[in-house]
Write a protein that binds this ligand. Structure first.
Ligand code: G6Q
Length: 549
């Protein structure tokens, strides 16, 4: 797509359509069509999506499909699956879909079948995970591994930690799995304080193996382990790496046979089903990991082949564009009614905001519409007792994605019914609200009526599945990955680069040498930054012992 998106006929039509119908209340839309709840719903890969509580009608859906057509969504989907270099600013293919392709598929990048490579790494992961789980893999002193610590940050942390928490029900309970990401020493110290290094395995996850936080933590972890184990030669039994940078891994002291590779066509935030998911595989076992990959793949196939109108990820993405650009909602809340999905909003935050938090099109022009909404959320029902007040009665409109399961994994009396009753009641209340007459009819004192009126007309999607399984989780993640892709295609941006993250990686390096109180380095910042650094210099404690190399 070239030129401004707002000049597209479909964009104009959507804009006109919103002007004329945008005020229609969900109460009216449901009253006008008794079948609406069943009609505006889709099933794919074990997920059921009810999108009827959006401020849309048949015309909206037709126009959104028209917009997808004008932006070339169908062609872009095929280009991604073909392995075209659709990450144009980094000149790379975007092939996370190859990570879950069955061995029978062929996807060529520069003449090499990447599916063969993916399955070769998977097999090595399987044999390593099995040896750790079974106790065959022994530490330096001959003890079996009881603790696994994943060291990584961003895409090398958020996916693994989310998946571990989400699939904890399926995990081997005699293994402790922890995650260290923050360069704040507290993260590593708290993660290791009660552990015996003889029984601890570190997985250092870094695509580039140059990330400051990860390497600093990895060196500190090595010092901790060697300190307890008494010899540098212990590193080989207690450290493995996941990376694309074999040279840097070897320099750290990890032998190549203990390195699991992946490829530059896997973006960090799209990598939790590559070797970056090694901690997940060790926790839940290779069979469950394969089931998760199969769930991803089923959703991939649906996205690749279903017509736009019945394509769940495409539709979810188009509805996000509708709510963002036409209804005018600046944020989106993701509300999983499942404790195991407690890290899912944080994971989606990176997926959405790092992928589509862009202000320039692929052609290099400034975009003239809003791009990624701010994504946030917490598991239900906890959020109900904090920020739902704003969702129901605040001045801002926040579209919500509710996620729930028909069967809980930990039956406890009627608690699962109670949980799900809350989900259904919340989306209903957001959509339909409560009028002044209804509030007054409840016997509310007249002066309190305005405080207790709920306008409603607040949009939401509900995603239901039978049960949280590895396959369901895979499908759910793929659903959002492809929804994010769809939104990026509409806005004409590159959803697969991250120049904003790259900036962060260099800025701190510049300030670090200035923090030493004895430093002669003159401070050349603005007066605010200079004053802050000077105050820090006066109050800091000298480093006990620098571990960084
Ligand atoms: C993800 C981003 C970013 C990245 C981290 C860690 O898409 O690129 O979050 O994952 O910066 O990078 P490394 O894996 O290279 O350490």
């Amino acid at each position: 797509m070239t030129g401004s998106i707002v000049s597209l006929p479909a964009w104009q039509s959507l804009s006109d359509h919103y002007q004329t119908t945008g005020d229609t209340h969900l109460r009216e839309l449901f009253a006008a069509d008794a079948q609406r709840g069943g009609r505006y719903a889709l099933e794919a890969a074990g997920l059921y999506l009810d999108y009827s509580k959006n401020r849309i009608d048949d015309t909206t859906l037709k126009l959104l499909a028209g917009l997808a057509h004008e932006c070339g969504l169908a062609e872009r989907i095929q280009a991604m699956f073909r392995g075209d270099a659709i990450n144009t600013t980094e000149k790379r293919s975007v092939l996370h879909i190859a990570l879950r392709a069955p061995a029978t598929e062929r996807i060529l990048v520069d003449g090499i079948d990447v599916v063969v490579e993916v399955h070769a790494v998977l097999e090595r992961m399987v044999s390593f995970a099995d040896s750790v789980r079974s106790g065959q893999w022994l530490g330096h002193t001959g003890k079996r591994i009881r603790n696994v610590i994943n060291i990584g940050i961003g895409g090398s942390d958020l996916g693994p930690v989310m998946a571990y928490e989400a699939l904890r029900h399926y995990s081997q309970r005699d293994l402790t799995v922890r995650f260290v990401s923050n360069v704040d020493g507290t993260d590593l110290v708290e993660a290791t304080r009660d552990l015996d290094a003889c029984e601890t395995l570190f997985i250092v996850c870094s695509k580039t193996f140059t990330t400051q936080e990860t390497l600093t933590n990895a060196h500190a972890a090595r010092a901790w382990a060697v300190g307890q184990l008494g010899s540098d030669s212990a590193v080989g039994r207690h450290f493995v790496a996941v990376s694309t940078n074999a040279q840097a891994v070897a320099q750290f002291g990890i032998a190549t046979e203990n390195m699991f590779g992946f490829w530059d066509w896997v973006g960090g935030r799209y990598s939790m089903d590559s070797a970056i998911g090694l901690s997940t595989m060790i926790a839940i076992g290779p069979q469950h990991f394969r089931e998760m990959l199969a769930g991803f793949h089923t959703m991939d196939e649906h996205f690749r082949h279903a017509p736009i109108e019945q394509n769940m990820p495409a539709l979810l993405g188009l509805l996000a564009v509708w709510n963002n650009n036409f209804v005018g909602a600046a944020t989106t809340a993701v509300l999983p009614y499942d404790q195991y999905l407690k890290r899912f909003p944080a994971y989606l935050q990176q997926l959405t905001m790092e992928s589509n938090g862009k202000h320039v099109t692929q052609g290099g022009q400034r975009v003239d519409v809003e791009t990624a909404p701010i994504l946030w959320g917490e598991p239900g029902t906890n959020g109900q007792h904090s920020f739902y007040q704003l969702l129901h009665l605040g001045t801002r409109l926040v579209p919500c994605d509710f996620i729930g399961f028909c069967q809980g994994l930990n039956p406890l009396g009627d608690q699962h019914d109670l949980l799900m009753a809350n989900l259904f009641a919340q989306s209903e209340a957001l959509a339909f609200g409560k009028t002044a007459q209804e509030v007054a009819a409840e016997g509310t004192a007249p002066e309190l009526v305005p405080h207790r009126v709920f306008d409603g007309n607040r949009p939401s999607n509900t995603i239901l599945a039978e049960r949280l399984t590895p396959a369901t989780l895979g499908a759910l993640i793929a659903l959002y990955e492809h929804s994010v892709f769809t939104q990026g295609v509409i806005w004409g941006i590159d959803s697969f680069d991250q120049w904003g993250v790259e900036l962060g990686k260099v800025l701190a390096q510049r300030v670090l040498p200035e923090l030493d109180g004895a430093s002669e380095v003159p401070l050349g910042h603005d007066s605010s930054t200079n004053t802050l650094i000077e105050r820090y210099r006066r109050q800091r404690r000298p480093n006990p012992k620098a571990i960084r190399t």
